[in-house]
Design a protein around this ligand. Structure first.
Ligand code: ATP
Ligand code: MG
Length: 151
């Protein structure tokens, strides 16, 4: 079994990447919608990620071969729980980093329905720490904004 942690700013293309592969990730926005009927509700952060980890554990318990974590996962602190869960279950944890410049994320952000405030995006970009193997990931794949869609 594998856990694949997606890392990238809003608008960097995480959900689009999963859509292109026709896979459904565990998405923090999707869970916000399930819990609060609103995928933008930022007031239930802890509950959302607790639910995400619970669902991940249930998927591992039934032996699903791959689970994608579709959230921004910008810092080592936010990513650590998945590395711990991977260790508990003896499964590899990989990261896919969407290395897309803030300007491009800003531009894409303004063109879609769910618009993240520009100020929030700037703050997130300042916080973003690229994932590394030193952090514990078995593999880190970097996709740039010019990368063609890949498997
Ligand atoms: N490689 C790409 N080239 C051009 N546009 C893209 C690309 N990837 C995604 N987009 C567009 O950018 C927008 C945001 O993409 P997407 O929803 O996949 O981002 P996200 O990383 O999932 O963001 P969030 O963290 O907010 O969920 C969408 O409108 C999508 O169509
Ligand atoms: Mg998304």
């Amino acid at each position: 079994m594998r856990i694949v942690v997606l890392v990238g700013l809003p608008g960097s293309g995480k959900s689009t990447y999963l859509e292109q592969m026709s896979v459904r990730g565990l998405s923090s926005d999707g869970i916000r919608k399930l819990l609060a009927d609103d995928e933008t509700d930022q007031t239930i952060h802890a509950r959302v990620f607790e639910t995400l980890r619970y669902l991940l554990g249930q998927r591992l318990a039934i032996g699903r071969p791959v689970t994608y974590v579709d959230a921004t996962n910008l810092t080592p602190e936010e990513r650590r729980p998945y590395l711990e869960i991977g260790r508990e279950w003896g499964c590899g944890v990989e990261a896919v980093f969407f290395d897309v410049p803030l300007e491009i994320c800003m531009d894409r952000n303004t063109r879609r329905d769910r618009v993240v405030p520009a100020e929030a995006l700037t703050k997130m970009a300042a916080k973003l720490t690229p994932p590394s193997t030193e952090e514990g990931f078995a593999r880190v794949t970097v996709l740039s904004s010019v990368s063609p869609p890949r498997q």
